[in-house]
Design a protein around this ligand. Sequence first.
Ligand SMILES: C[S@@+](CC[C@H](N)C(=O)[O-])C[C@H]1O[C@@H](n2cnc3c(N)ncnc32)[C@H](O)[C@@H]1O
Length: 248
Amino acid sequence: MITQEHNKLMYDKYGEQYHLKRSNKESSLWNEYLDIPAMTKLIEKNVNQCDVLDLGCGSGDFTAKVKSLGANVIGLDQSNKMIEIARREYPEIEFYVGTAEKIPFNDKNFELIYSCLMIHYIKELSPLFAEVARVIRSLGKFVFSFHHPFNEITHQVWNGSGYDVTMHPYFHNDEYRWNMFDEMELVSYHHTFETIFNSLNDNSFVVERLIETTPNDSIRNKYPRFYEMTSNYPSFCAISAIYLPNQK
Ligand SMILES: C[S@@+](CC[C@H](N)C(=O)[O-])C[C@H]1O[C@@H](n2cnc3c(N)ncnc32)[C@H](O)[C@@H]1O
């Protein structure tokens, strides 16, 4: 089965469990204390009254947060189940089933397009960024988060007082498999920073900001192991890029 169908099947099958985990702060530390703060920081000043697309919106929790910041935001996800849940949880927001590789909207439709933790599911980034470029307006922003390339190639094992870390080869575009939980096995692709930055640039995006996520000190005592891991080793990255179509 090809990767995209496999991942769609997983999100369709485990959608309710994913949503329960994702919408509970205690069971979604990586989203709550790393991804959401970084993504919020990158987009919050750019959303009020803007036409915004949430690419790979999942069950819509972050879409709802962006709407609360004043955006005219809509969500798109390839999983029917995730969209069913998003529509149920947030009936005031429009959600659509569709893929990031073939976005079902007109050219130049959005001022801001953001995507939380989705691009690592896609092997070839340049065609994806070209499709984002098609539907974004000139000077619009594309903000996205993804598995940090170093995280994808390191394996951490808790040794009782810290983490033992093994590093694997970096220079490739191979798939890797990981479990969101139990039997929800997902397939993702490793991308180097060089590939990510050059694929953006090849499609007229210029990076204005990069965040390598780290946790806030305030959670050090509450979640000591999570803090130890994520403050010492990279977890996620978030990039903000501006679309400058006439600069090349
Ligand atoms: C880790 S979840 C993140 C969901 C949401 N952005 C959030 O932060 O809660 C990744 C989402 O990307 C969606 N996805 C994966 N590949 C996709 C693709 N090629 N096109 C559209 N959605 C995709 C999945 O169905 C899933 O809902």
